[in-house]
Design a protein around this ligand. Structure first.
Ligand code: HEM
Length: 492
Protein backbone atom coordinates (compact mmCIF):
# COMPACT_ATOMS: atom_id res chain seq x y z
CA UNK A 1 0.00 0.00 0.00
CA UNK A 2 2.82 2.38 1.00
CA UNK A 3 4.64 1.51 -2.24
CA UNK A 4 1.52 2.33 -4.31
CA UNK A 5 1.06 5.65 -2.48
CA UNK A 6 4.73 6.58 -3.02
CA UNK A 7 4.43 5.66 -6.72
CA UNK A 8 1.28 7.78 -7.03
CA UNK A 9 3.03 10.75 -5.45
CA UNK A 10 6.04 10.31 -7.78
CA UNK A 11 3.78 10.15 -10.86
CA UNK A 12 1.86 13.25 -9.68
CA UNK A 13 5.10 15.17 -9.10
CA UNK A 14 6.37 14.15 -12.54
CA UNK A 15 3.11 15.23 -14.21
CA UNK A 16 3.14 18.60 -12.44
CA UNK A 17 6.78 19.09 -13.47
CA UNK A 18 6.00 18.23 -17.09
CA UNK A 19 3.04 20.62 -17.11
CA UNK A 20 5.13 23.38 -15.49
CA UNK A 21 7.90 22.93 -18.08
CA UNK A 22 5.35 23.22 -20.88
CA UNK A 23 3.84 26.37 -19.39
CA UNK A 24 7.22 27.98 -18.76
CA UNK A 25 8.69 26.93 -22.08
CA UNK A 26 5.97 26.93 -24.73
CA UNK A 27 7.13 26.08 -28.23
CA UNK A 28 6.44 29.65 -29.26
CA UNK A 29 9.25 30.87 -27.00
CA UNK A 30 11.80 28.84 -28.93
CA UNK A 31 13.37 30.50 -31.93
CA UNK A 32 13.00 28.68 -35.23
CA UNK A 33 16.19 26.69 -35.80
CA UNK A 34 18.43 27.78 -38.64
CA UNK A 35 21.95 28.71 -39.63
CA UNK A 36 23.67 31.65 -37.94
CA UNK A 37 23.78 34.55 -40.44
CA UNK A 38 26.99 36.28 -41.51
CA UNK A 39 27.17 40.08 -41.49
CA UNK A 40 25.83 41.74 -44.68
CA UNK A 41 25.11 38.59 -46.69
CA UNK A 42 23.22 36.62 -44.06
CA UNK A 43 23.26 32.96 -45.14
CA UNK A 44 23.31 33.51 -48.91
CA UNK A 45 26.72 31.78 -49.05
CA UNK A 46 25.04 28.49 -48.03
CA UNK A 47 22.86 28.51 -51.16
CA UNK A 48 25.47 29.62 -53.71
CA UNK A 49 26.79 26.14 -54.44
CA UNK A 50 23.40 24.79 -55.56
CA UNK A 51 21.92 25.05 -59.05
CA UNK A 52 18.71 26.32 -57.50
CA UNK A 53 18.22 27.76 -54.00
CA UNK A 54 15.47 25.19 -53.52
CA UNK A 55 18.05 22.36 -53.62
CA UNK A 56 19.87 24.28 -50.89
CA UNK A 57 16.66 24.59 -48.86
CA UNK A 58 16.12 20.83 -49.06
CA UNK A 59 19.70 20.19 -47.91
CA UNK A 60 19.31 22.62 -44.99
CA UNK A 61 16.01 21.02 -43.98
CA UNK A 62 17.93 17.79 -43.37
CA UNK A 63 19.98 19.67 -40.76
CA UNK A 64 17.44 22.06 -39.21
CA UNK A 65 14.10 20.33 -39.80
CA UNK A 66 10.98 20.94 -41.87
CA UNK A 67 10.71 24.55 -40.74
CA UNK A 68 13.85 26.64 -40.46
CA UNK A 69 14.82 30.28 -40.49
CA UNK A 70 17.44 31.75 -42.77
CA UNK A 71 18.58 35.34 -43.25
CA UNK A 72 19.05 36.36 -46.90
CA UNK A 73 21.12 39.53 -46.93
CA UNK A 74 19.36 41.23 -44.06
CA UNK A 75 15.88 39.86 -44.83
CA UNK A 76 14.52 37.39 -42.28
CA UNK A 77 13.09 34.36 -44.09
CA UNK A 78 11.47 31.12 -43.08
CA UNK A 79 11.49 28.00 -45.26
CA UNK A 80 8.73 25.41 -44.88
CA UNK A 81 9.42 21.99 -46.30
CA UNK A 82 6.44 19.73 -45.85
CA UNK A 83 2.87 19.68 -47.09
CA UNK A 84 1.23 20.30 -43.69
CA UNK A 85 3.32 23.41 -43.10
CA UNK A 86 2.75 24.65 -46.66
CA UNK A 87 -1.02 24.22 -46.17
CA UNK A 88 -0.82 26.14 -42.90
CA UNK A 89 0.83 29.08 -44.70
CA UNK A 90 -1.31 29.03 -47.83
CA UNK A 91 -4.71 27.96 -46.52
CA UNK A 92 -5.21 27.99 -42.74
CA UNK A 93 -3.34 31.27 -42.30
CA UNK A 94 -3.49 32.45 -45.94
CA UNK A 95 -4.75 35.86 -44.78
CA UNK A 96 -1.59 36.42 -42.71
CA UNK A 97 0.76 35.60 -45.56
CA UNK A 98 -0.69 37.65 -48.44
CA UNK A 99 2.38 39.81 -49.05
CA UNK A 100 5.09 39.44 -51.70
CA UNK A 101 8.81 40.29 -51.66
CA UNK A 102 9.83 43.86 -52.34
CA UNK A 103 12.49 43.19 -54.98
CA UNK A 104 13.65 46.16 -57.05
CA UNK A 105 13.43 44.03 -60.23
CA UNK A 106 9.71 43.55 -59.65
CA UNK A 107 9.16 47.33 -59.44
CA UNK A 108 11.11 47.87 -62.68
CA UNK A 109 9.00 45.35 -64.55
CA UNK A 110 5.71 46.96 -63.54
CA UNK A 111 6.02 50.67 -64.16
CA UNK A 112 7.92 51.39 -60.95
CA UNK A 113 5.41 49.69 -58.62
CA UNK A 114 5.17 45.92 -58.19
CA UNK A 115 1.62 46.38 -56.83
CA UNK A 116 0.61 46.90 -60.47
CA UNK A 117 1.28 43.20 -61.01
CA UNK A 118 -1.26 40.56 -60.03
CA UNK A 119 1.36 38.00 -59.08
CA UNK A 120 3.87 40.30 -57.38
CA UNK A 121 1.59 42.66 -55.44
CA UNK A 122 0.67 42.49 -51.78
CA UNK A 123 -2.85 41.29 -51.01
CA UNK A 124 -5.41 44.12 -51.11
CA UNK A 125 -9.06 44.84 -51.88
CA UNK A 126 -7.93 45.84 -55.37
CA UNK A 127 -6.24 42.46 -55.82
CA UNK A 128 -9.46 40.71 -54.82
CA UNK A 129 -11.36 42.70 -57.46
CA UNK A 130 -8.72 42.05 -60.13
CA UNK A 131 -8.76 38.32 -59.42
CA UNK A 132 -12.52 38.18 -59.60
CA UNK A 133 -12.66 39.98 -63.00
CA UNK A 134 -10.02 37.60 -64.34
CA UNK A 135 -11.59 34.41 -63.03
CA UNK A 136 -14.42 34.21 -65.57
CA UNK A 137 -12.07 34.59 -68.50
CA UNK A 138 -8.88 32.98 -67.29
CA UNK A 139 -10.31 30.01 -65.37
CA UNK A 140 -12.96 28.65 -67.77
CA UNK A 141 -14.88 25.67 -66.38
CA UNK A 142 -15.19 22.52 -68.47
CA UNK A 143 -18.92 22.92 -69.05
CA UNK A 144 -18.88 26.70 -69.58
CA UNK A 145 -19.36 28.74 -72.73
CA UNK A 146 -15.89 30.16 -72.14
CA UNK A 147 -14.39 26.67 -72.40
CA UNK A 148 -16.01 26.21 -75.81
CA UNK A 149 -14.55 29.58 -76.83
CA UNK A 150 -11.08 28.53 -75.67
CA UNK A 151 -11.51 25.41 -77.77
CA UNK A 152 -12.50 27.35 -80.89
CA UNK A 153 -9.69 29.86 -80.44
CA UNK A 154 -7.16 27.06 -79.99
CA UNK A 155 -8.45 25.11 -82.99
CA UNK A 156 -8.35 28.19 -85.25
CA UNK A 157 -4.80 29.05 -84.27
CA UNK A 158 -3.58 25.48 -84.85
CA UNK A 159 -4.05 26.04 -88.60
CA UNK A 160 -1.87 29.16 -88.59
CA UNK A 161 0.63 27.48 -86.25
CA UNK A 162 1.09 24.42 -88.44
CA UNK A 163 1.36 26.58 -91.57
CA UNK A 164 4.22 28.38 -89.83
CA UNK A 165 5.80 25.14 -88.60
CA UNK A 166 5.76 23.81 -92.17
CA UNK A 167 8.02 26.70 -93.21
CA UNK A 168 10.76 25.37 -90.90
CA UNK A 169 13.43 23.08 -92.39
CA UNK A 170 13.01 19.36 -91.71
CA UNK A 171 15.60 16.82 -90.54
CA UNK A 172 18.00 19.49 -89.31
CA UNK A 173 18.32 21.32 -85.95
CA UNK A 174 15.79 24.17 -85.67
CA UNK A 175 14.73 26.62 -82.99
CA UNK A 176 10.96 26.19 -82.71
CA UNK A 177 10.49 28.23 -79.54
CA UNK A 178 9.66 31.53 -81.33
CA UNK A 179 6.92 29.81 -83.36
CA UNK A 180 5.51 28.03 -80.30
CA UNK A 181 5.49 31.31 -78.34
CA UNK A 182 3.84 33.21 -81.19
CA UNK A 183 1.10 30.54 -81.38
CA UNK A 184 0.51 30.80 -77.62
CA UNK A 185 0.47 34.62 -77.85
CA UNK A 186 -2.10 34.54 -80.65
CA UNK A 187 -4.29 32.06 -78.74
CA UNK A 188 -4.23 34.43 -75.75
CA UNK A 189 -4.76 37.56 -77.85
CA UNK A 190 -7.63 36.02 -79.76
CA UNK A 191 -9.25 34.78 -76.56
CA UNK A 192 -8.71 37.88 -74.41
CA UNK A 193 -8.67 40.67 -77.00
CA UNK A 194 -10.37 39.19 -80.10
CA UNK A 195 -7.32 39.85 -82.23
CA UNK A 196 -4.22 38.07 -83.48
CA UNK A 197 -1.13 38.93 -85.53
CA UNK A 198 0.74 37.46 -88.49
CA UNK A 199 3.78 35.47 -87.35
CA UNK A 200 6.08 37.72 -89.41
CA UNK A 201 4.79 41.01 -87.92
CA UNK A 202 8.05 42.51 -86.62
CA UNK A 203 6.49 44.45 -83.71
CA UNK A 204 4.53 41.38 -82.63
CA UNK A 205 7.67 39.22 -82.80
CA UNK A 206 9.57 41.75 -80.69
CA UNK A 207 6.84 41.90 -78.03
CA UNK A 208 6.58 38.09 -77.85
CA UNK A 209 10.35 38.02 -77.29
CA UNK A 210 10.11 40.78 -74.62
CA UNK A 211 7.46 38.81 -72.74
CA UNK A 212 9.64 35.71 -72.91
CA UNK A 213 12.66 37.63 -71.59
CA UNK A 214 10.51 38.85 -68.69
CA UNK A 215 9.25 35.34 -67.94
CA UNK A 216 12.82 34.04 -67.81
CA UNK A 217 13.79 37.02 -65.65
CA UNK A 218 11.00 36.43 -63.13
CA UNK A 219 12.09 32.82 -62.78
CA UNK A 220 15.66 33.79 -61.84
CA UNK A 221 17.03 34.86 -58.48
CA UNK A 222 19.68 37.55 -58.19
CA UNK A 223 21.92 38.54 -55.27
CA UNK A 224 20.66 42.12 -55.69
CA UNK A 225 17.18 40.99 -54.64
CA UNK A 226 18.52 40.62 -51.11
CA UNK A 227 21.55 42.91 -51.26
CA UNK A 228 20.11 46.20 -52.56
CA UNK A 229 23.47 47.94 -52.05
CA UNK A 230 24.59 46.05 -55.18
CA UNK A 231 22.06 48.07 -57.23
CA UNK A 232 24.58 50.42 -58.88
CA UNK A 233 26.20 47.35 -60.45
CA UNK A 234 22.84 46.31 -61.92
CA UNK A 235 21.77 49.66 -63.38
CA UNK A 236 22.07 48.47 -67.00
CA UNK A 237 20.10 45.32 -66.22
CA UNK A 238 17.36 47.33 -64.48
CA UNK A 239 17.05 49.72 -67.45
CA UNK A 240 16.66 46.69 -69.74
CA UNK A 241 13.73 45.45 -67.63
CA UNK A 242 12.02 48.86 -67.72
CA UNK A 243 12.53 49.05 -71.49
CA UNK A 244 10.92 45.62 -72.12
CA UNK A 245 7.93 46.70 -70.04
CA UNK A 246 7.66 50.06 -71.84
CA UNK A 247 7.80 48.44 -75.29
CA UNK A 248 5.08 45.97 -74.34
CA UNK A 249 2.88 48.78 -73.04
CA UNK A 250 3.27 50.78 -76.25
CA UNK A 251 2.31 47.78 -78.41
CA UNK A 252 -0.71 46.83 -76.31
CA UNK A 253 -2.11 50.35 -76.22
CA UNK A 254 -1.57 51.09 -79.91
CA UNK A 255 -2.39 47.76 -81.48
CA UNK A 256 -4.96 46.25 -79.14
CA UNK A 257 -6.63 48.57 -76.64
CA UNK A 258 -7.21 51.62 -78.85
CA UNK A 259 -9.47 49.67 -81.18
CA UNK A 260 -11.46 48.28 -78.24
CA UNK A 261 -11.95 51.73 -76.76
CA UNK A 262 -13.20 53.00 -80.13
CA UNK A 263 -15.65 50.17 -80.72
CA UNK A 264 -16.83 49.20 -77.21
CA UNK A 265 -20.62 49.10 -76.80
CA UNK A 266 -21.32 49.56 -73.08
CA UNK A 267 -24.88 48.29 -73.52
CA UNK A 268 -23.89 44.96 -75.05
CA UNK A 269 -22.33 42.01 -73.22
CA UNK A 270 -18.51 42.21 -73.19
CA UNK A 271 -16.94 40.71 -76.30
CA UNK A 272 -13.90 39.54 -74.36
CA UNK A 273 -11.66 40.11 -71.31
CA UNK A 274 -10.51 43.51 -72.64
CA UNK A 275 -14.12 44.73 -72.86
CA UNK A 276 -14.85 43.34 -69.38
CA UNK A 277 -11.92 45.35 -67.99
CA UNK A 278 -12.99 48.56 -69.76
CA UNK A 279 -16.57 48.17 -68.49
CA UNK A 280 -15.25 47.61 -64.98
CA UNK A 281 -13.20 50.78 -65.27
CA UNK A 282 -16.37 52.73 -65.97
CA UNK A 283 -18.43 51.05 -63.22
CA UNK A 284 -15.96 50.77 -60.33
CA UNK A 285 -14.74 54.09 -58.88
CA UNK A 286 -11.78 52.29 -57.30
CA UNK A 287 -10.42 51.07 -60.63
CA UNK A 288 -8.00 53.25 -62.57
CA UNK A 289 -6.81 53.13 -66.19
CA UNK A 290 -3.40 51.84 -65.09
CA UNK A 291 -4.99 49.00 -63.09
CA UNK A 292 -6.84 47.59 -66.07
CA UNK A 293 -3.97 47.99 -68.54
CA UNK A 294 -1.52 46.27 -66.20
CA UNK A 295 -4.04 43.50 -65.59
CA UNK A 296 -4.47 42.98 -69.33
CA UNK A 297 -0.69 42.95 -69.85
CA UNK A 298 -0.23 40.51 -66.99
CA UNK A 299 -2.68 38.04 -68.47
CA UNK A 300 -1.50 38.38 -72.05
CA UNK A 301 1.97 37.71 -70.64
CA UNK A 302 0.69 34.36 -69.32
CA UNK A 303 1.21 32.96 -72.83
CA UNK A 304 4.99 32.88 -72.19
CA UNK A 305 4.47 30.47 -69.28
CA UNK A 306 2.62 28.12 -71.60
CA UNK A 307 5.18 28.40 -74.43
CA UNK A 308 7.94 27.61 -71.96
CA UNK A 309 6.01 24.67 -70.56
CA UNK A 310 5.53 23.29 -74.08
CA UNK A 311 9.32 23.49 -74.55
CA UNK A 312 9.84 21.73 -71.20
CA UNK A 313 7.46 18.96 -72.27
CA UNK A 314 9.31 18.62 -75.58
CA UNK A 315 12.61 18.38 -73.68
CA UNK A 316 11.25 15.28 -71.91
CA UNK A 317 9.60 13.89 -74.99
CA UNK A 318 12.83 13.94 -77.01
CA UNK A 319 14.74 12.42 -74.11
CA UNK A 320 12.25 9.58 -73.66
CA UNK A 321 11.03 8.46 -77.12
CA UNK A 322 8.68 5.92 -75.51
CA UNK A 323 6.78 8.87 -73.97
CA UNK A 324 6.43 10.51 -77.40
CA UNK A 325 5.22 7.23 -78.85
CA UNK A 326 2.47 6.86 -76.26
CA UNK A 327 1.26 10.43 -76.87
CA UNK A 328 1.23 9.71 -80.62
CA UNK A 329 -0.79 6.53 -80.04
CA UNK A 330 -3.41 8.54 -78.15
CA UNK A 331 -3.51 11.33 -80.77
CA UNK A 332 -3.79 8.85 -83.64
CA UNK A 333 -6.51 6.93 -81.86
CA UNK A 334 -8.76 9.96 -81.28
CA UNK A 335 -8.13 11.76 -84.57
CA UNK A 336 -7.57 8.75 -86.89
CA UNK A 337 -5.12 11.08 -88.65
CA UNK A 338 -8.06 13.04 -90.07
CA UNK A 339 -8.12 16.21 -87.96
CA UNK A 340 -6.35 18.16 -85.24
CA UNK A 341 -6.83 17.40 -81.57
CA UNK A 342 -9.28 19.58 -79.66
CA UNK A 343 -10.02 20.14 -75.99
CA UNK A 344 -12.91 17.72 -75.95
CA UNK A 345 -10.44 14.92 -76.81
CA UNK A 346 -8.65 15.50 -73.52
CA UNK A 347 -10.73 12.98 -71.59
CA UNK A 348 -9.73 10.27 -74.07
CA UNK A 349 -6.02 11.18 -73.84
CA UNK A 350 -5.11 10.71 -70.16
CA UNK A 351 -1.49 9.74 -70.84
CA UNK A 352 -0.87 13.02 -72.69
CA UNK A 353 -2.32 14.94 -69.73
CA UNK A 354 -0.19 12.86 -67.35
CA UNK A 355 2.94 13.95 -69.27
CA UNK A 356 2.02 17.57 -68.53
CA UNK A 357 1.72 16.82 -64.78
CA UNK A 358 4.95 14.83 -64.71
CA UNK A 359 6.77 17.69 -66.48
CA UNK A 360 5.44 20.14 -63.90
CA UNK A 361 6.45 17.79 -61.07
CA UNK A 362 10.00 17.38 -62.36
CA UNK A 363 10.28 21.08 -63.29
CA UNK A 364 8.94 21.83 -59.87
CA UNK A 365 7.96 25.45 -60.24
CA UNK A 366 8.93 27.38 -57.17
CA UNK A 367 5.91 29.12 -55.69
CA UNK A 368 6.53 32.89 -55.60
CA UNK A 369 7.58 33.65 -51.99
CA UNK A 370 4.90 34.97 -49.68
CA UNK A 371 5.50 37.61 -46.98
CA UNK A 372 3.85 37.80 -43.55
CA UNK A 373 1.57 40.85 -43.56
CA UNK A 374 1.09 40.70 -39.79
CA UNK A 375 2.76 39.18 -36.71
CA UNK A 376 1.62 35.57 -36.76
CA UNK A 377 2.88 32.04 -36.30
CA UNK A 378 3.62 28.79 -38.12
CA UNK A 379 3.40 25.52 -36.19
CA UNK A 380 3.41 27.59 -33.00
CA UNK A 381 6.63 29.41 -33.87
CA UNK A 382 6.31 33.20 -33.85
CA UNK A 383 6.68 34.89 -37.24
CA UNK A 384 7.27 38.63 -37.40
CA UNK A 385 5.47 40.85 -39.94
CA UNK A 386 7.68 41.25 -43.03
CA UNK A 387 9.23 37.77 -42.79
CA UNK A 388 9.58 36.19 -46.22
CA UNK A 389 8.24 32.64 -46.50
CA UNK A 390 9.65 30.17 -49.01
CA UNK A 391 7.38 27.20 -49.74
CA UNK A 392 9.70 24.43 -50.74
CA UNK A 393 7.62 22.59 -53.28
CA UNK A 394 10.86 21.36 -54.82
CA UNK A 395 10.99 19.04 -51.80
CA UNK A 396 7.27 18.38 -52.13
CA UNK A 397 7.67 17.29 -55.76
CA UNK A 398 10.93 15.40 -55.62
CA UNK A 399 11.13 13.77 -52.21
CA UNK A 400 10.90 9.96 -51.75
CA UNK A 401 8.66 10.80 -48.80
CA UNK A 402 5.94 11.70 -51.31
CA UNK A 403 6.80 9.84 -54.52
CA UNK A 404 7.89 6.42 -55.66
CA UNK A 405 11.17 6.72 -57.62
CA UNK A 406 10.90 10.53 -57.69
CA UNK A 407 14.01 10.97 -59.86
CA UNK A 408 12.39 9.07 -62.75
CA UNK A 409 10.20 10.64 -65.44
CA UNK A 410 7.13 8.43 -65.09
CA UNK A 411 3.86 10.00 -66.36
CA UNK A 412 2.10 6.74 -65.37
CA UNK A 413 2.33 7.81 -61.74
CA UNK A 414 -0.55 10.19 -62.51
CA UNK A 415 -2.76 7.41 -63.91
CA UNK A 416 -5.08 5.20 -61.87
CA UNK A 417 -5.24 1.44 -62.61
CA UNK A 418 -8.38 2.24 -64.64
CA UNK A 419 -6.34 4.72 -66.70
CA UNK A 420 -7.81 7.95 -65.31
CA UNK A 421 -5.71 10.98 -64.37
CA UNK A 422 -5.19 11.20 -60.60
CA UNK A 423 -3.18 13.80 -58.73
CA UNK A 424 -2.17 13.39 -55.10
CA UNK A 425 -3.31 16.20 -52.78
CA UNK A 426 0.28 17.19 -52.03
CA UNK A 427 0.94 17.95 -55.69
CA UNK A 428 0.31 21.70 -56.04
CA UNK A 429 2.25 23.02 -59.06
CA UNK A 430 -0.15 25.97 -59.26
CA UNK A 431 -0.08 26.49 -55.49
CA UNK A 432 -3.27 26.61 -53.42
CA UNK A 433 -5.21 29.06 -51.25
CA UNK A 434 -6.21 32.64 -51.91
CA UNK A 435 -3.28 33.43 -54.23
CA UNK A 436 -3.45 30.24 -56.26
CA UNK A 437 -2.62 30.55 -59.98
CA UNK A 438 -5.50 32.01 -62.00
CA UNK A 439 -4.20 30.77 -65.34
CA UNK A 440 -4.00 27.05 -64.58
CA UNK A 441 -6.97 26.01 -66.73
CA UNK A 442 -5.65 27.90 -69.75
CA UNK A 443 -2.28 26.21 -69.18
CA UNK A 444 -3.91 22.79 -69.31
CA UNK A 445 -5.94 23.65 -72.41
CA UNK A 446 -3.41 25.31 -74.68
CA UNK A 447 -0.33 23.23 -73.78
CA UNK A 448 -2.38 20.07 -74.41
CA UNK A 449 -3.41 20.98 -77.96
CA UNK A 450 0.00 22.35 -78.98
CA UNK A 451 2.01 19.35 -77.73
CA UNK A 452 -0.50 16.89 -79.21
CA UNK A 453 -0.48 18.62 -82.58
CA UNK A 454 3.32 18.78 -82.76
CA UNK A 455 3.62 15.06 -82.02
CA UNK A 456 0.76 14.22 -84.32
CA UNK A 457 2.74 15.73 -87.18
CA UNK A 458 6.36 15.08 -86.30
CA UNK A 459 8.75 12.68 -84.69
CA UNK A 460 10.98 15.01 -82.72
CA UNK A 461 14.59 14.34 -81.72
CA UNK A 462 17.20 16.52 -79.97
CA UNK A 463 18.94 19.05 -82.23
CA UNK A 464 21.34 20.35 -79.60
CA UNK A 465 22.27 19.64 -75.99
CA UNK A 466 19.18 19.91 -73.81
CA UNK A 467 19.85 21.18 -70.32
CA UNK A 468 16.94 22.00 -68.05
CA UNK A 469 17.56 24.04 -64.92
CA UNK A 470 16.12 22.28 -61.87
CA UNK A 471 13.36 24.03 -59.94
CA UNK A 472 12.49 26.30 -62.86
CA UNK A 473 9.56 26.23 -65.29
CA UNK A 474 11.29 28.51 -67.78
CA UNK A 475 13.81 27.65 -70.47
CA UNK A 476 16.13 30.46 -71.63
CA UNK A 477 14.80 32.70 -74.43
CA UNK A 478 17.43 31.17 -76.74
CA UNK A 479 17.04 27.55 -75.82
CA UNK A 480 17.70 24.10 -77.27
CA UNK A 481 17.01 23.08 -80.87
CA UNK A 482 15.08 20.05 -82.06
CA UNK A 483 14.98 18.03 -85.27
CA UNK A 484 11.56 17.68 -86.90
CA UNK A 485 10.96 14.49 -88.85
CA UNK A 486 7.56 14.49 -90.59
CA UNK A 487 5.27 11.60 -89.77
CA UNK A 488 3.38 9.91 -92.55
CA UNK A 489 -0.22 10.83 -91.85
CA UNK A 490 -3.21 10.75 -94.09
CA UNK A 491 -4.21 14.42 -94.01
CA UNK A 492 -5.36 16.86 -91.40
C1 HEM B 1 3.36 26.56 -66.52
C2 HEM B 1 2.46 27.45 -66.27
C3 HEM B 1 2.18 28.06 -64.93
C4 HEM B 1 2.57 27.66 -63.68
C5 HEM B 1 3.40 26.43 -63.29
C6 HEM B 1 2.04 28.62 -62.74
C7 HEM B 1 2.21 28.55 -61.38
C8 HEM B 1 1.85 29.57 -60.52
C9 HEM B 1 2.21 29.62 -59.12
C10 HEM B 1 2.98 28.54 -58.38
C11 HEM B 1 1.72 30.79 -58.62
C12 HEM B 1 1.91 31.33 -57.20
C13 HEM B 1 0.73 31.16 -56.29
C14 HEM B 1 1.07 31.52 -54.87
O1 HEM B 1 1.93 32.36 -54.63
O2 HEM B 1 0.49 30.94 -53.94
C15 HEM B 1 1.05 31.48 -59.70
C16 HEM B 1 0.41 32.70 -59.57
C17 HEM B 1 -0.25 33.31 -60.59
N1 HEM B 1 -0.43 32.86 -61.86
FE1 HEM B 1 0.35 31.17 -62.63
N2 HEM B 1 1.34 29.57 -63.43
C18 HEM B 1 1.39 29.26 -64.76
C19 HEM B 1 0.77 29.94 -65.79
C20 HEM B 1 -0.05 31.03 -65.64
C21 HEM B 1 -0.80 31.66 -66.71
C22 HEM B 1 -0.87 31.16 -68.15
C23 HEM B 1 -1.45 32.73 -66.17
C24 HEM B 1 -2.39 33.72 -66.81
C25 HEM B 1 -3.20 33.45 -67.77
C26 HEM B 1 -1.10 32.78 -64.75
C27 HEM B 1 -1.55 33.72 -63.87
C28 HEM B 1 -1.16 33.78 -62.57
C29 HEM B 1 -1.47 34.90 -61.68
C30 HEM B 1 -2.26 36.15 -62.06
C31 HEM B 1 -0.90 34.61 -60.45
C32 HEM B 1 -0.92 35.47 -59.20
C33 HEM B 1 -2.08 35.18 -58.32
C34 HEM B 1 -1.97 36.01 -57.03
O3 HEM B 1 -0.87 36.22 -56.56
O4 HEM B 1 -3.03 36.43 -56.52
N3 HEM B 1 -0.27 31.72 -64.48
N4 HEM B 1 1.14 30.72 -60.84
Amino acid sequence: MIVVSVLCVIVMVLLVKLWATKIRKPKTAKPIPGPEPWPLIGSLHLLGKYETPFEGFTALSKIYGDIFSITMGSTPCVVVNNFDLIKEVLITKGGDFGGRPDFMRFHKLFGGDRNNSLALCDWSVLQKTRRSIARTYCSPRFTSLQYATVNTVGANELDAFMTEMQKLPLNTPVDIKPVVLAACANMFLQYMCSTSFPYDDQQFKKVVRDFDEIFWEINQGYAVDFLPWLLPMYSKHMSKLSQWAADIREFILARIVQDHVNTLDYHAPPRDFTDALLIHLRDDPNMEWNHIIFELEDFIGGHSAIGNLVMMILASVVKYPEVAKKIQEEVDEVTRGQRYVNLFDKAAMPYTEAVLWETLRKGSSPIVPHVASTDTEIEGYPIKRGTMIFLNNYELNLSPQYWDEPEKFKPERFLSPAGNVVKPAHFIPFSTGKRTCIGQRLVQCFSFIIVSTLLQNYNITPGSEIKIKPGCVAVPPDCFKVILIPRNLKSN
